[in-house]
Design a protein around this ligand. Structure first.
Ligand code: 5GP
Ligand code: ZN
Length: 112
């Protein structure tokens, strides 16, 4: 499959790893929009939050459970924001489910 994030998981495209286990991979965004900008993705391809089902919710739940650990290790003690763009209206550009972890400064009060 021609998916950028599947290629990152396979190591075919280099990335700066933050955290990894059997089910998920976290790495630094190539174009950071905050002092700390991490992407967390399931290793199994899911196109977006619009494609989450009873069958694949386990990996998504596991991912969510690891966010506090990833945020702590990234020293986001002041707080952080989680964003997941799904579909055209949200300007999703990579069609492999990912959660942005944004922090390291006081973020905008506006979300959209
Ligand atoms: P989206 O716009 O789909 O919510 O987010 C996709 C994110 O992937 C963007 O923030 C973009 O900077 C990031 N990105 C795109 N290509 C690469 C890449 O090759 N490596 C890394 N680390 N991030 C990427
Ligand atoms: Zn993929």
């Amino acid at each position: 499959m021609d998916c950028l994030f599947c290629k990152i998981i396979a190591g075919e495209i280099p990335s700066k790893k933050v955290y990894e286990d059997e089910e998920i991979y976290a790495f630094y965004d190539i174009n950071p929009q905050a002092p700390t900008h991490i992407l967390v993705i399931p290793k199994k391809h899911i196109a977006s939050m619009a494609e989450v089902t009873e069958e694949n919710i386990g990996a998504v739940a596991h991912l969510m459970q690891k966010i506090p650990l990833i945020a702590r290790e990234a020293k986001l003690d002041g707080g952080f924001r989680i964003v997941s763009n799904a579909g055209d209206d949200a300007c999703q550009s990579v069609h492999h489910l990912h959660f942005h972890i944004l922090g390291g400064k006081k973020l905008s009060e506006q979300m959209a």
